[in-house]
Design a protein around this ligand. Sequence first.
Ligand code: NAD
Length: 284
Amino acid sequence: MKENVLNTDLTGKVAVVTGAGGVLCSVFSEVLARAGAKVALLDLNLEACQKVADRICQEGGIARAYACNVLDKQQCFQVADAVEDQLGKCDILINGAGGNHPAATTDKEVYEPGDLDGEVKSFFDLDEAGISFVFQLNFLGTLLPTQAFARQMMGRQGCSILNISSMNAYRPLTKIPAYSGAKAAVTNFTQWLAVHFSKEGIRVNAIAPGFFLTHQNAALLFGPDGKPTPRTDKILAATPMGRLGDAEKELAGAILFLLNERAAGFITGVCIPVDGGFSAYSGV
Ligand code: NAD
């Protein structure tokens, strides 16, 4: 019988995940460990990623937690040295640390006459420092760990970088212009890196998650009666498949596919939307 190439086996590989204490990247770290990888979990919040590492080890996997600010180049390099000493050279890097900031978010979806002089935080009130924070975290926070860890991939086979973009890169959601722009930059940087590292055989891809149900956002998406909130209704109406995604199955599947050298060995420079059709739908 022919082999099933989608059975991703990462045994012996060292996978580094930034933002590993967070909602999605903790799931990604566990999925990589179950596929056999030794996982280095990096996060600004050591306690959060230590908990995930402990869970992985209790399940019989190999994992280590590291405190790391992805915006501190020196620290990224120090942690890269520690990972190499303790687990081995990095084969897989997932740049997961990212997010938005309230100071870079407008109160209303659409500008309306009078907002300029009113109480609401309009586009004109957005704070430079907040906008800069969001661009730094998402873009520079992807670039600096790549400088630190891609060095360890040089001259070796089967190495891969995976960035986390967003639906916002295709269709900016209302209120969050900086996050949308910064994630568009992450998608663009993914293409740039893929070309730049092509002769080294390092594949660089991204995923763009749509809307997922997690333990952390369940209360925001559904009311106490279990019914979708008005925002969730809007999300579902804009998602042709009419439901939220399952991170453990559906994001994990996209990640394992892109990291699988046999199945995706000729795929580099792509960003895969995992969104139930959200990015394809015009709304009409
Ligand atoms: P999260 O907020 O739960 O986790 C982010 C983690 O990054 C946190 O543990 C935080 O401590 C860490 N972090 C923040 N700043 C850091 C820094 N400077 N250095 C190191 N670590 C830092 O976020 P999430 O929802 O799990 O999202 C993970 C990634 O996926 C992000 O890039 C996010 O933009 C992207 N994303 C999320 C969704 C979603 O639905 N949650 C959708 C699309 C894209």
